[in-house]
Design a protein around this ligand. Structure first.
Ligand SMILES: [Zn+2]
Length: 121
């Protein structure tokens, strides 16, 4: 009994039953679509695409697409770049590592719930 077979994901385009090999993720805030390797889990705003539809990608006007190729990743950021990023992350982390015995106070919530009166003048 095979209970743990790989779920076969198919292209999310209508009337397309080809196996999905790429995942397209829409980043609405930046009007960018990122086409990368098939995601391991489904995220909101992401769509699985087959080879064909991944290449014949059409986007709304003003949108750009960023293609993440597994091969390109190796020739991507140099080791120095990665180290710089790692160091930056480490710096931020060390700044926030001070023990903070008092938990942050929750925002003041009155009887009006989350709605706050904003003076309008
Ligand atoms: Zn397709």
């Amino acid at each position: 009994m095979r209970t743990q077979h790989r779920s076969s994901r198919t292209c999310s385009r209508a009337s397309c039953q080809l196996p999905a090999i790429k995942t397209l993720t829409y980043i609405y805030a930046e009007s960018t679509a990122v086409l990368g390797p098939l995601a391991t889990y489904a995220e909101p705003h992401s769509y699985d695409l087959c080879q064909m539809h991944g290449e014949k990608l059409t986007l709304p006007n003003g949108w750009s697409v960023t293609k993440l190729e597994p091969e390109a990743a190796q020739a991507g950021p140099s080791e120095d770049d990665l180290m710089a990023i790692a160091n930056a992350v480490r710096e931020v982390g060390s700044q926030q590592s001070a023990p903070n015995p008092t938990p942050p106070q929750p925002p003041e919530i009155g009887r009006r719930g989350h709605l706050r009166a904003i003076p309008s003048n």
